[in-house]
Design a protein around this ligand. Structure first.
Ligand code: SF4
Length: 252
């Protein structure tokens, strides 16, 4: 009887193990892309390459519209640019650097002193706090230099993935994809991603279809195109868009 019970228990365990195995096998096979998904992804890659080429011709000199002549200044500007126009940031930083011309000077300023200058950019207190804390770390841990490592940048106060990508791409010439508001709106309309709004997810999807060396320039060109043609506030000007014959105009 004891032997029988043991056998039944063993059988149950074996069944459970088999069930777990089957479930995980199902999960594994569910994750594997289907032929149709592979075809869609390939079509997206081809579309992305064509869009990259056309935007390159349309905006050959596209670059970051934040003014900077030193890496740490781009870090400051990109923090100030949250919910503010680049044009306004470019004006405000002139006063900031006139008073605090170095990393050390900004690191030693008080949050209130920085806030008094950066207030016109909005969110003055939190931006001033992040800038001061960030400059303090650069001064104390990096000898006033900006690290070229993505994760080290991400660890700095006020620096998110968008900012870290902008720095590694623009300052250090490394592969980068900057998913700002223009990028997210445009790649959805263009059908390069499918209804994805979360910046991190958009970035992940774009890495799969954009050649790494093209990402940084491509994102700068999206900003130009988003401001001039594929605008957010009005209906986009599809009739004069260089992509109008290949763009699915999703959601337009
Ligand atoms: S065709 Fe229209 S929706 Fe597509 S990128 Fe051009 S302006 Fe935007």
């Amino acid at each position: 009887m004891e032997e029988k019970k043991k056998t039944a228990k063993e059988k149950k365990t074996a069944t459970e193990k088999l069930s777990v195995k089957n479930t995980s096998a199902r999960k594994t096979s569910a994750k594997r892309p289907t032929k149709k998904e592979n075809q869609r992804q390939e079509a997206r890659k081809q579309l992305a390459l064509e869009i990259i080429e056309r935007l390159r011709k349309e905006y050959p000199d596209a670059e970051c519209s934040l003014d900077y002549n030193e890496a740490w200044k781009l870090l400051v500007s990109v923090r100030l640019a949250a919910q503010c126009t680049d044009a306004r940031v470019n004006v405000v930083v002139q006063d900031l650097y006139a008073k605090y011309p170095t990393v050390e000077a900004l690191a030693n300023a008080t949050v209130e002193e920085i806030e008094a200058i950066v207030k016109p950019c909005g969110l003055g207190h939190s931006k001033a706090r992040d800038i001061q804390a960030c400059m303090k770390i650069l001064h104390e841990q990096y000898s006033g230099q900006v690290p070229d490592d993505f994760d080290a940048l991400l660890a700095l106060p006020g620096v998110g993935r968008k900012s870290a990508n902008l720095i590694v791409g623009d300052v250090f010439g490394k592969p980068a994809i900057v998913t700002d508001t223009h990028c997210i709106r445009l790649v959805n309309r263009m059908g390069l991603v499918d209804g994805i709004k979360e910046p991190g997810k958009v970035e992940r999807e774009l890495w799969k279809i954009i050649p790494a060396e093209e990402g940084n320039d491509f994102c700068h060109r999206l900003v130009y195109h988003g401001r001039e043609v594929c605008t957010a506030r009005t209906k986009p000007y599809c009739d004069r868009c260089c992509l109008q014959d290949i763009c699915p105009k999703a959601g337009v």
